[in-house]
Design a protein around this ligand. Structure first.
Ligand SMILES: *[C@@H]1O[C@H](CO)[C@@H](O)[C@H](O)[C@H]1NC(C)=O
Ligand SMILES: *[C@@H]1O[C@H](CO)[C@@H](O)[C@H](O)[C@H]1NC(C)=O
Length: 473
């Protein structure tokens, strides 16, 4: 070998081939650019709540829009669902402005109001995702995802949820996991609707929306704020040690998983950041320093083969971050974790409002009334569910049925029509479940899993809630 390498010709060949190898390697390392991503990028952004005490969900969605916009997506390809009752709320200390970070600027300006108010509902969301204009109701912009086989779709949803369901602003309306997954399957059918789709989902028990339901072979990659059995967390909440909002805000400004992916996206060149890397960074922040005491387990579902793709493929990248690689952008600075369990964020709002308003003022009285009413409604929902279980199975066995958790990898229920009918019956007899009551969805699903059907449920609910007429609330 030593002798051979002395031959000038061989040396030349070696040099040439190593340069060739470098060229080839360079080709592989080259970052994807606009021309590598054929097709169109689409985004569907939805906040499923309303009310000033839910400020954070619409703030998250407005912020997400700004990221899409800076990333280069066109308004005609971004569909926004938000109730739009925050910026103009009389509770908003900065009229016409929405912020998503304690020191953050306005994220509301320029957000297209495709679907607002009552038009934010499960039917319109699924119709827009599917690209089926004929199924829309109401008076929204009519924008739907008319994507083709080369296109990439990004979906982001922020709201309350429960096992197997996501909230919508209407008090008695939910989006069921099987309807969502079926819509994704339908969109994918024959490879016609998209090349690949990324779904980021913030809600309590959000893992239950995809666990055992989202197939790995329809080119959908999802991450969720929480696993199937835990709540997700609000952040930048009043009273937080770190990252409390400006004092005039008595509501949380964001949700932990949501601001984690968005602040990460804001800071980096997304050409150089893979879906997997963002998942890891968001997972770490959302874990609240690995304690999970004020945080949750971020999960991945679906086609994990998409892990190595760059975020750029889906949400573009802000040209101002061209030189901000993930290495430069990462810092050891501790980022604020969770502030308030999503389910308690409304109580925190009413409590802070009560505390801050002047003694004897109408505002103080109103905040107190809302606080007391919310607590009473919660305990009424809790006791109604418990009573129904007891009436159907006896109190000991009933508690077992209600509290059962299926093994990992199984959906919360097999018969979704049964679950829908049980929920409908509950609400008819006992009043709205409310966003808090979504936490009982696993217990209601367990009734179906244990063989309870409509007639027995109706009888039990009528009896359980007769003493608690919903007209009281
Ligand atoms: C995905 O896999 C399932 C189970 O193997 C199969 O039934 C289904 O047809 C596949 N779907 C697609 C779109 O390939
Ligand atoms: C990135 O760095 C290059 C080379 O130094 C420079 O020409 C370019 O303006 C920088 N881009 C941004 C957005 O700062």
């Amino acid at each position: 070998m030593a002798r051979l390498s002395c031959s000038p010709l061989l040396l030349l060949l070696l040099v040439l081939s190593s340069q060739l190898a470098l060229l080839v390697a360079g080709e592989f390392l080259r970052l994807p650019s606009e021309k590598d991503v054929v097709g169109t990028r689409w985004a569907v952004l939805i906040a499923g709540s309303n009310g000033y005490y839910n400020y954070r969900h619409q703030a998250d969605v407005c912020h997400a829009y700004q990221i899409m916009k800076k990333g280069g997506l066109k308004d005609e390809n971004i569909i926004v669902f938000m109730y739009d009752d925050i910026a103009g709320s009389r509770d908003n200390p900065r009229p016409g402005v929405i912020i998503n970070h304690p020191q953050g600027g306005d994220v509301y300006a320029g957000v297209p109001k495709d679907y607002t108010g009552a038009d934010v509902n499960a039917n319109n969301f699924l119709a827009a995702l599917l690209g089926d204009k004929s199924k829309l109701t109401g008076s929204g912009s009519g924008k739907v995802v008319t994507s083709g086989p080369d296109d990439h779709i990004f979906v982001y949803y922020a709201d309350h949820g429960g096992p197997g369901i996501l909230g919508m602003p209407g008090d008695e309306e939910y989006l069921y996991a099987n309807d969502l997954v079926r819509t994704l399957e339908k969109k994918h059918a024959g490879g016609a609707g998209y090349k690949s789709l990324v779904f980021y989902l913030e809600a309590c028990e959000s893992g239950s929306i995809f666990e055992g339901l989202l197939p790995g072979n329809i080119s959908v990659y999802a991450t969720t704020a929480a696993n199937a059995e835990e709540s997700s967390w609000g952040t930048y909440c009043p009273g937080d040690d770190e990252g409390a909002p400006p004092p005039e805000y008595d509501t949380c400004l964001g949700d932990l998983y949501s601001v984690a992916w968005m602040e990460d996206s804001d800071a980096h060149n997304l050409n150089a950041e893979s879906l997997k890397l963002q998942y890891e960074r968001v997972r770490d922040r959302t874990s609240a320093g690995g304690t999970y005491s004020l945080g949750s387990h971020v999960m991945q579902y679906g086609d994990l083969g998409l892990n190595d793709q760059s975020l750029f493929v889906y949400i573009g990248t802000n040209p101002a971050n061209d030189n901000a690689s993930f290495v430069q952008g990462s810092s050891s600075r501790r980022l604020p974790g969770g502030g308030v369990n999503q389910r308690d964020a409304d109580l925190v709002h009413f409590w802070h409002k009560y505390r801050r308003s002047a003694e004897g003022s109408a505002e103080k009285g109103e905040a107190r009334r809302r606080l007391v009413e919310t607590m009473a409604r919660r305990s009424r929902v809790d006791s109604s569910v418990e009573l129904i279980g007891g009436l159907l199975f006896g109190s000991e066995e009933g508690a077992k049925v209600l509290d059962a958790v299926r093994s990992a990898g199984q959906p919360v229920v097999d018969d979704w029509d049964c679950l829908k009918s049980v929920v409908r019956t509950f609400q008819e007899r006992c009043g709205p479940l409310t966003q808090y009551g979504m936490k009982h969805m696993r217990s209601l699903a367990n009734l179906c899993n244990a063989g309870v059907r409509e007639e027995a449920m109706d009888k039990a609910a009528a009896q359980a809630c007769a003493a608690n007429p919903s007209s009281l609330f």
